[in-house]
Design a protein around this ligand. Structure first.
Ligand code: NAP
Length: 295
């Protein structure tokens, strides 16, 4: 299968590089062209539009920001559907609303194109090694045709059923990430303020049942608050908005994520949108410094 990747942001670029390292033929497209440079250097074919990419690909993987962007690259002028051919399959890795995902699948059906949802857990650091976790949904037969490729991209691949289910579970996963980032940020802030070394707090936490991958790895960087973004705070806020919207659609109340939405929105307003999502700790630090200066 010839693979095309649309969206060479942090995630899509790492997936493309890993597929190239694994000897696949890869075509790439990104709205901002220079982000394709690294993939081009490693042998990818850069295309001028999603249409051109679709024409030369059997499987098109989309990894763009949100549902609006997926619609843009799929159905706008020079979009994927304009490069349609009878072998084309589309798989969307972007984290989007389950109901939007179903609508997009229906629109693709009008062009006789099967669209799978393949949202993933894990950032560029694991994508570069093919160690993502994938939550696929859509047509099972089409999934089976692409499974070998998905197993190169991810070392754990779950097929979950009809369109939208993968997106819904992905939202429930990012809900965990949101809460963990906030819990660690507030825990570190609390002990620091009491003049206790935060590393001791983390070492103790990591000796208990409450430890997580985040507390064992990223949390030590959070103490200093200075590290590169692998998943931006603005992108997590976009997912939090989707969680609260989906909860509303399902007629349920999720009080904590609503509160988190407010905190992340304020952080973006204060200029923290492009830092890593765990950089929410820097926003909490900032509001406490402001409070102290006022007292
Ligand atoms: N990073 C992670 O750890 C991670 C993990 C799992 C899932 N995800 C999800 O994967 C998706 C991509 O994440 P990322 O971290 O790679 O984000 P990113 O670095 O911010 O990249 C976003 C990508 O979307 C493209 N894009 C945005 N709006 C567009 C539009 N209207 N038309 C065409 N392209 C558009 C951007 O193109 P330009 O370069 O031209 O702006 C860029 O390629 C998101 O849905 C995110 O939630 C990310």
């Amino acid at each position: 299968m010839k693979i095309g990747i649309i969206g060479l942001g942090m995630l899509g670029n790492a997936v493309a590089l890993h597929l190239l390292d694994s000897s696949f033929k890869v075509a790439v497209y990104n709205r901002t062209e220079q982000k394709t440079n690294e993939a081009k250097k490693r042998g990818a074919v850069a295309t001028a539009s999603p249409k051109e990419l679709a024409k030369i690909s059997d499987l098109v993987i989309i990894a763009v920001k949100d549902a609006g962007a997926v619609n843009d690259v799929s159905f706008r002028k020079d979009g994927i559907v304009e490069g349609n051919h009878n072998k084309l399959i589309v798989a969307d890795m972007s984290t989007i609303d389950p109901s939007e995902s179903r609508k997009i699948a229906e629109k693709f059906r009008e062009y006789n194109i099967d669209k799978l949802d393949i949202p993933v857990m894990g950032g560029p650091n694991v994508a570069i090694k093919g160690e993502l976790l994938m939550m696929a949904s859509g047509n099972k037969e089409i999934f089976e045709q692409c499974k070998n490729i998905f197993e190169v991209i991810a070392n754990k691949v779950f097929f979950l059923g009809e369109s939208g289910i993968g997106n819904l579970i992905k939202l429930a996963m990012n809900l965990q990430a949101t809460m963990l980032a906030l819990a660690l940020s507030e825990g570190i802030t609390l002990v620091k303020k009491a003049n206790i070394e935060p590393k001791i707090f983390l070492d103790i936490l990591n000796s208990t049942y409450f430890k997580t991958g985040m507390s064992e790895k990223k949390a030590y960087n959070m103490i200093e608050g200075d590290y590169d973004a692998t998943f931006t705070l603005a992108n997590l806020k976009k997912d939090i908005n989707t969680m609260t919207r989906t909860a509303k659609d399902l007629g349920i109340e999720l009080p904590m994520i609503k509160k988190a939405e407010e905190v992340y929105e304020n952080a973006i307003r204060e200029g923290f949108g492009e830092v890593d999502y765990t950089g929410i700790i820097n926003y909490i630090k900032k509001i406490n410094e402001t409070k102290q200066n006022q007292n």
